[in-house]
Design a protein around this ligand. Structure first.
Ligand SMILES: *Cc1c(COP(=O)(O)O)cnc(C)c1O
Length: 337
C-alpha cells in the first residue's frame, strides 16, 4: 500500500502500543491476549476516530472548508474527537446529536463526552429523536450554511466512509510492523464494530497485505447479516480507493452480533463484567458502549472454546472511556453489588 498518496494530518500519537494482557490471559485460561491501545491516540482522551480524522480533516483542508459538520449519539466519541481535531485546525464543528439512549438520567445528557464537546468548543446545533435520518439532517444543515456563504465539510457518523477507513488501513500496516518487530504471530484480531469504518479499513489493509489474519467484529448495534453487508460495502469502496488489485473476498468479513443485548448504548451484564475485569486485572478502562461489549464477546467466545491456548489474539481497544462518566448511576449500582 502507498498511503502517503492521500492527504493526511498529524492529529494523534502513533504508533499506539501493542501490549500483552498477562493477567486477563491467565484468568481466562485460554489464548494469549494482547491489546492494541488505540484508546491512547492522544487527541482529547483518544480513540479510534482520531485515525480516521487524520484523513478526513486533511480532505476538509484540501477543500478549503471553513466549518465542519458531523453527527452521532449523545455520548458519541466520534463527535468529541472531531471537535478536538477541527479545533487544532482553527475550525468550528457544528454537531447534530441523535437521542438513541434515554434512560441514564441527567449525567448521560450532560457529563462524559458531551461535557467535553462543549469544553472543546463544539456547537450542538440540535438534539434529534432516535431514528432520524441523520445524514439527511446534516445535508440540510450544510445547505443552510452554504446559503450563508459558508463552506461546510460533512463528516458522516463515526467518520465511516472510504477516506475515514484509510485510518484503519494505516492501523493494519502499523500492527503488521509491530508484529514483526515484536516477533508476535497474530492469529486473530477482535474489536467492537459500529459504523463499520474500523473493520472495513482493517480488513482492506490486512487483505491487501496478504496477511491472512482474520478479523472478528463484535457488533454493538446491528444484526449480523446487516452489519456484515455494511462492513463489506465500505471495505469494497476502501479497496477501490486504495487501488488494490482484484477484489476483496466477501468471506473474510466476519461479524458476531450475539453481544448487543437490548440495544445500542445499553450495557449488558457481560459488558459490566468486562469493564470490571479489565480495570481490576490490567488497570485498563474500557467503555460502556463499544469496547465493553467487544471485550464481553471475546471473553464469552474464549469461554466457549472458540479461541484456543497457544493462539495469539489481539483486541483493539478503540477508546471511549470518557463515556464512563455518562453512566455513573449504572456503574455505581453495579459496584454496590
Ligand atoms: C466508534 C467507536 C467504535 C466503532 O468503530 P466503527 O468504526 O464505528 O465501527 C468502537 N469503539 C469506540 C470506543 C468507538 O467510539
Amino acid at each position: 500500500m502507498h498511503l502517503a498518496r492521500f492527504p493526511r494530518l498529524a492529529l494523534g500519537q502513533f504508533p499506539t502500543p501493542l501490549e500483552a494482557l498477562p493477567n486477563l490471559s491467565r484468568y481466562l485460561g485460554g489464548p494469549t491476549l494482547y491489546i492494541k491501545r488505540d484508546d491512547n491516540t492522544g487527541l482529547a482522551s483518544g480513540g479510534n476516530k482520531t485515525r480516521k480524522l487524520e484523513f478526513l480533516l486533511a480532505d476538509a483542508v484540501r477543500q478549503e472548508a471553513d466549518v465542519i459538520i458531523t453527527q452521532g449519539a449523545t455520548q458519541s466519541n466520534h463527535v468529541r474527537q472531531t471537535i478536538a481535531g477541527a479545533a487544532k485546525l482553527g475550525l468550528k464543528t457544528q454537531v447534530l446529536l441523535e437521542t438513541r439512549v434515554d434512560k441514564f438520567g441527567e449525567e448521560y445528557q450532560r457529563s462524559g463526552n458531551i461535557l467535553l464537546d462543549n469544553l472543546l468548543g463544539g456547537t450542538i446545533v440540535e438534539h434529534l429523536p432516535a431514528g432520524t435520518d441523520m445524514q439527511l439532517a446534516m445535508e440540510n444543515l450544510a445547505d443552510n450554511l452554504r446559503a450563508q456563504g459558508r463552506r461546510p465539510y460533512v463528516i458522516p457518523g463515526g467518520g465511516s466512509n472510504a477516506i475515514g477507513a484509510l485510518g484503519y488501513v494505516a492501523c493494519a500496516e502499523e500492527l503488521l510492523y509491530q508484529s514483526s518487530q515484536q516477533r508476535l504471530r497474530i492469529d486473530h484480531i477482535v474489536h467492537a464494530t459500529g459504523s463499520t469504518g474500523t473493520q472495513a479499513g482493517l480488513l482492506s489493509g490486512l487483505e491487501a497485505s496478504n496477511s491472512g489474519i482474520p478479523v472478528l467484529g463484535i457488533s454493538v448495534r446491528a444484526p449480523k447479516a446487516r452489519q456484515e453487508e455494511n462492513v463489506y460495502a465500505l471495505a469494497a469502496r476502501t479497496w477501490q480507493l486504495l487501488g488494490a488489485r482484484g477484489e476483496l473476498d466477501r468471506a473474510r468479513v466476519a461479524v458476531n452480533s450475539d453481544y448487543v443485548g437490548e440495544g445500542y448504548g445499553l450495557p449488558t451484564a457481560g459488558t459490566l463484567e468486562a469493564l470490571r475485569l479489565l480495570a481490576r486485572l490490567e488497570g485498563i478502562l474500557l467503555d460502556p458502549v463499544y469496547t465493553g461489549k467487544g471485550m464481553a464477546g471475546l471473553i464469552d467466545l474464549i469461554r466457549k472454546g472458540q479461541f484456543k491456548q497457544g493462539e495469539n489474539v489481539v483486541f483493539i481497544h478503540t477508546g471511549g472511556s470518557a463515556g464512563l462518566f455518562g453512566y455513573r448511576q449504572l456503574l455505581e449500582q453495579q459496584a454496590a453489588q
